[in-house]
Write a protein that binds this ligand. Structure first.
Ligand SMILES: NC(=O)c1ccc[n+]([C@@H]2O[C@H](COP(=O)([O-])OP(=O)(O)OC[C@H]3O[C@@H](n4cnc5c(N)ncnc54)[C@H](O)[C@@H]3O)[C@@H](O)[C@H]2O)c1
Length: 301
């Protein structure tokens, strides 16, 4: 990403924590935040990968520290926020990105496969957010004007309910709700929280998107990173509680769920016969797969 020149797009004097930033989307996002002027705490489970990204940021003239560890551990998450405070005196931007897959159809999934994915994604987002928002609340209570950001990583798997990923789709749905809850609870002390559903060719998706084509890759993680840097910037102070889909040259804003059709009982309560009359006839005339279906999801890929 080319470094922005306009002040309201720059992050000079701000510090950002990016989880799972040792490779893939997190690495691209950490580099983009550093290019915009932020000092970056680079977290990853893999300490060597985190150190390499720190070296890359420093070689481009930026400032970064490595903070390896497992984000699904509450005390590690607390330590990551503390690492930003210790290194840069403050945290301003939290990018929750770390993730793993344990794909399995719901009727085959093991308890461990369920817990691992919910733990790294959902608990891993909640744990860092818990300590980052406490940090911002304390600064606000001390009289400071806080301008902070949480940028979470959801997925189209949540929007479309991908069949082989019940654990992952549920975790990403939870992350979306966590984002909205954080936006509502912490807006009054300067926090803006948004979620991203990215697509990129990374280690996680090598079996989905296959080999990169010759030349420029339309599914490069570098295409997603500018949106993260923008949402982190002062220019995005009015954006909160939103869900974006981003890949290639596209950013799409997801709409909130809406009521498709309302049914009213003829009396004070429904009878099963009345429900059958109302819902039965409605669904008889309607394609049961209408709306976002798995088929449509894969057709989009
Ligand atoms: N690539 C895509 O198309 C795509 C689509 C939708 C959502 N996402 C989401 O984007 C995020 C990044 O995915 P990616 O494609 O870059 O994957 P990736 O596998 O390339 O990178 C994930 C990184 O997270 C780190 N990590 C895993 N568990 C961790 C833990 N417990 N603590 C700290 N770090 C941990 C890994 O070491 C790795 O460096 C994930 O949350 C993923 O679910 C990706």
């Amino acid at each position: 990403m080319t470094a922005p020149q306009t002040d309201r797009l720059r992050l000079d004097g701000r510090s950002a924590l990016v989880t799972g930033a040792g490779q893939g989307l997190g690495r691209a996002e950490a580099l983009a935040l550093a290019a915009a002027g932020a000092s970056v705490v680079v977290n990853d489970y893999d300490a060597g990968a985190a150190a390499q990204v720190v070296a890359e940021i420093e070689s481009r003239g930026g400032s970064a520290v490595a903070a390896p560890g497992d984000v699904s551990d509450w005390s590690v998450a607390e330590g990551l926020v503390q690492a930003a405070v210790d290194s840069y005196g403050r945290l301003d931007v939290l990018v929750n990105n770390a993730g793993v897959l344990r794909d399995r159809l719901i009727f085959n999934i093991s308890e461990q496969e369920w817990d691992t994915v919910i733990g790294v994604h959902l608990k891993g987002h909640a744990a860092t957010t818990r300590f980052a928002t406490a940090h911002w609340r304390a600064r606000s209570k001390a009289g400071e004007t806080v301008d902070a950001r949480v940028i979470n990583t959801s997925s189209e798997a949540f929007l479309f309910g991908s069949p082989g990923q019940p654990n992952y789709a549920a975790a990403k749905a939870g992350i979306t709700a966590l984002t909205l809850s954080t936006a509502h609870a912490c807006g009054r002390f300067g926090v803006r929280a948004n979620a991203l559903c990215p697509r990129a060719r990374t280690a996680m998706t090598e079996n989905v998107f296959g080999e990169a084509p010759e030349g420029a890759d339309p599914l490069s993680a570098d295409h997603v990173a500018p949106l993260v840097a923008y949402l982190a910037s002062p220019a995005a102070a009015a954006i909160t509680g939103q869900v974006f889909v981003a890949y290639g040259p596209m950013v799409a804003l997801a709409g909130a769920p809406t009521v498709e059709k309302r049914f009213d009982a003829s009396g004070p309560s429904w009878t099963l016969e009345d429900l059958d009359g109302a819902l039965g006839s409605y669904f008889a005339d309607r394609d049961p797969g209408a709306g976002f279906t798995a088929a449509e999801f894969y057709a989009l890929s």
